[in-house]
Design a protein around this ligand. Structure first.
Ligand SMILES: [Mg+2]
Length: 184
């Protein structure tokens, strides 16, 4: 069996040490109106053909990746509870989303979706903080290292309830407006 050369070992140790010392932060992203264009009111984005990335999404996320952020999607999709979309359709859509991130040199670390509607009285539908708390628990994230970007007041309420910083952006404005706030 070939042994790794000593040079190689030294190099990989160096990389590992750097990863440990530089702690990454987490950017939680609402989906519709932040990453992609929202559907018209009372309609839902349920298919790949309907999924339109907003301009600057990937350029912005690449800059934030370089600044130390990892990405997670936090989304309400009541269309599932209302019978306008299936779990399978949403899974397919979110696999596509992860693939597009990868194609753009990015990693999507998780997609957290609430499939309920208000009447279900669940713990995950924003403005409740359930999805954010779940993501933080599963990925061992410290609330101090998390920022949630959304285009609705309910996103900000969820951020507050989860104890993380919230940044409200005007819907469809494109996520690049957060750069001023996150890159200093
Ligand atoms: Mg939204």
């Amino acid at each position: 069996m070939a042994r790794p050369s000593s040079k190689k070992v030294t190099k990989s140790r160096g990389v590992r040490a750097r990863r440990i010392t530089k702690k990454r932060k987490a950017l939680f992203l609402d989906r519709d109106g932040v990453i992609n264009r929202s559907a018209p009111k009372h309609e839902y984005v349920t298919r790949i053909e309907e999924f339109e990335f907003l301009p600057q999404t990937f350029d912005t996320l690449r800059r934030l990746k370089d600044a130390g952020y990892d990405f997670y999607v936090i989304t309400n999709q009541a269309g599932v509870a209302r019978g306008q979309a299936t779990h399978d359709q949403m899974n397919t859509l979110h696999e596509y989303l992860a693939t597009e991130f990868e194609r753009e040199g990015l990693v999507l670390h998780g997609v957290y979706m609430c499939p309920h509607q208000d009447e279900d009285d669940c713990l995950c539908r924003k403005p409740k903080p359930g999805l954010l708390l779940q993501a933080m628990q599963e990925h061992e994230l410290d609330p101090a290292d998390v920022v949630f970007v959304g285009d609705r007041e309910t996103d900000m309420q969820a951020a507050k309830a989860a104890g993380v910083r919230g940044i409200l952006i005007p819907g469809e404005a494109g996520i690049s407006v957060v750069l001023d706030k996150l890159l200093e």
